[in-house]
Design a protein. Structure first.
Length: 278
């Protein structure tokens, strides 16, 4: 390994001065007076040279230590980044487990075959979300998409190998049958776009009130019965019209959600339905 230029120069000077002293002091004809003179002249020089050499050596030793410390710092930074990534991954797994546990507590698995999916993209302008489950995961078009608390999100509208597009219930021209409140009032949900929807075609003689729950109906065969769509927010009633409508406060918050379930029904009649007796 080649020595740095300044370190090599320092060592060369040390060797020259040291050699001169050795020759001067050990050459037989040299008497004590000459030796004394040599000590006086070369002693301080030798002291400075050795000190300089020591300083040069110490400089490069310190530089080597600094390089070693910098390398250790880089290793520590890499380790910290690894730990942060592991912590983030653990947090994601914890959130997924909590989401699954909530669904299991509501016994969703008794009514559906569930596929947990992460929302990877949102196109709020078109009322579409992208999830990371596709045909490779046996996801098919028209499968309902729900949350862990039985809230309706929408349905799968297009599938790819590893992803799917989900059309939200708020999409324009998207409509499906619902039941309203404990009285089971029939109505039709219509998407208005931009994260908005209404319930329409409710007979005028039926009483609509703010806060009434809106649930999917088996009529129309689009969704299983009993999924929560939202609640009545603002009633639009006109004594002249045959039907009334209302703005819906949706149960699914597209902006605050990260994962959903793709749910294929285990029974053709949906939730809470029993086949008619023969």
């Amino acid at each position: 390994m080649k020595l740095p230029r300044f370190r090599a120069l320092g060592l060369l000077i040390i060797c020259v001065v040291g050699g001169a002293i050795v020759l001067a002091l050990n050459f037989p004809p040299v008497n004590r007076g000459v030796k004394n003179t040599v000590y006086m002249v070369l002693g301080p020089i030798q002291q400075n040279v050795w000190g300089a050499g020591a300083n040069v050596s110490a400089f490069f030793d310190n530089l080597a230590k600094m390089n070693s410390a910098a390398a250790e710092n880089e290793q520590l930074k890499g380790r910290i980044n690894d730990l942060m990534a592991q912590s983030a991954q653990m947090e994601i797994v914890k959130d997924e487990n909590d989401f699954l546990r909530q669904g299991l507590n509501l016994e969703l698995d008794k009514d559906f075959d569930l596929k947990l999916a992460n929302i990877v993209a949102k196109n709020v302008a078109q009322d579409v979300i992208i999830i990371d489950q596709g045909t490779n995961d046996l996801v098919e078009e028209d499968m309902p998409v729900i949350t862990s608390d039985r809230a309706l999100v929408g349905r799968v509208s297009k599938t790819y190998a590893g992803y799917s597009e989900v059309t939200l219930v708020t999409a324009s021209d998207f409509s499906f049958d619902v039941r309203i409140g404990n009285e089971g009032i029939d109505g039709l949900v219509k998407g208005k776009g931009r994260d908005a929807a209404i319930v329409d075609l409710v007979p005028r003689d039926k009483k609509l009130e703010s806060g009434q729950g809106i649930f999917t109906s088996q009529m129309g065969g689009i969704f299983p019965a009993g999924l929560l769509v939202g609640s009545i927010d603002q009633v639009n009633r006109n004594d002249v019209e045959t039907f009334q409508s209302a703005v819906i406060k949706l149960a699914f918050d597209v902006n605050g959600s990260q994962r959903v379930f793709v749910a294929s029904g285990k029974t053709p009649l949906g939730l809470g339905e029993t086949p008619p007796s023969e």
